[in-house]
Design a protein around this ligand. Structure first.
Ligand code: PMV
Length: 322
């Protein structure tokens, strides 16, 4: 039987992918850096079978027929073309983190799908080609293909835009505390955000500054220079949201809880608790810290009135077969 199962982590971007140079192929304007999250996983099983007359997609026990199925079918089509086969597939996908928590799952979902679908089609793609395939589903998914800390090189074509490993999971005992301040679906998707990015009058300035910031951040990760790393992480997060807020139409991802967590993290830092915040395209905050500060930071975060829940993550391996 043509069946395979894969598990893959979500990732948090330290240097963000924001704005697409080529929207069809998800080729970004800039390189990005991220860490895989060991507690935010998607498990996906793909079965190609002659009895199926169309692709069936089941996400968290629900059969979906909307754009989500369309996006899955596009990846399956790419796999069918590479494998020279026509069989339709059943795709069953499940997240181990609360579905309604507002944690972006497209990175874990499309990296797990790329790996499971190619295996089920008996293709043996290289890590590079798997990263490219995952990227076609969702840009940030290309970074979940590699273990630990990832560097997505923007490239100039589909074949040159993929992620490579910056450092393995064991390199640095960094923690990422996902602080859920809203379980609501965000009102603006990251796709809308990417589309609007270039309309911000500050987008060009951001692009000009990014190569230096990215280079410095890579160095701080490799040298495990936490203070400088954290400073750059916050600077980058504010930059991304500044672009979103000044796009036309503007997008505000933050809510009261987001601002409360940002302020508290800065206040606690003055008291010696070393945490730094970042946010992707949503209201929830990621607080990065080192293992000695994890327990106390997590305890304080959970006591804040706006905080619904937290998930403490360590650096994780990338997509793998089960
Ligand atoms: O992969 P997408 O299209 O969901 O975009 C991800 C955008 C951010 O999460 C905000 C940044 C990033 O690099 O992950």
């Amino acid at each position: 039987m043509n069946k395979a199962r894969a598990v893959s982590p979500a990732n948090i971007a330290f240097i963000k992918y924001w704005g697409k140079k080529n929207p069809q192929l998800n080729i970004p304007f800039n390189d990005s850096l991220s860490m895989n999250l060991d507690r935010c996983l998607t498990t996906t099983t793909v079965t190609f079978a002659p009895v199926l007359s169309e692709d069936r997609v089941i996400i968290n026990r629900e059969t979906v027929r909307d754009t989500r199925r369309q996006r899955v079918t596009e990846i399956l089509d790419a796999v069918r073309e590479k494998a020279g086969m026509k069989l339709k597939a059943k795709v069953v996908s499940r997240n181990n983190f609360p579905t309604a928590a507002g944690i972006a799952s497209s990175a874990s979902a499309f990296s797990a799908l790329a790996l499971a679908a190619t295996k089920a089609a008996e293709l043996n793609l290289s890590g590079k080609d798997l990263s490219i395939l995952a990227r076609l589903g969702s840009g940030s998914a290309c970074r979940s293909m590699v273990d630990g800390f990832a560097w997505w090189k923007r490239g100039t074509s589909s074949q040159t835009s993929y992620a490579v490993q910056l450092a393995p999971p064991s390199h640095w005992q960094l923690r990422d505390i996902v602080v859920v301040v809203s379980k609501e679906e965000k009102k603006s998707s990251s796709t809308e955000g990417h589309e609007g990015a270039t309309s911000s009058p500050y987008f060009k300035t951001r692009l000009r500054k990014l190569p230096v910031r990215t280079k410095r951040m890579k160095k701080t990760i490799l040298e495990k220079n936490f203070e400088e790393f954290g400073t750059l992480v916050e600077e980058e997060a504010i930059d991304l949201h500044m672009i979103a807020m000044t796009s036309r139409p503007p997008i505000f991802y933050w809510n009261e809880g987001t601002v409360q967590v940002m302020n508290k993290v800065r206040q606690w830092r003055k008291e010696g608790l070393r945490g730094y915040f970042t946010m992707d395209a949503g209201a929830n905050v990621h607080v990065v810290c080192l293992s000695p500060d994890e327990v106390e930071l997590n305890r304080r975060l959970r006591r804040l009135p706006q905080v619904v829940m937290t998930i403490v993550n360590q650096p994780a391996a990338g997509a793998r077969l089960l």
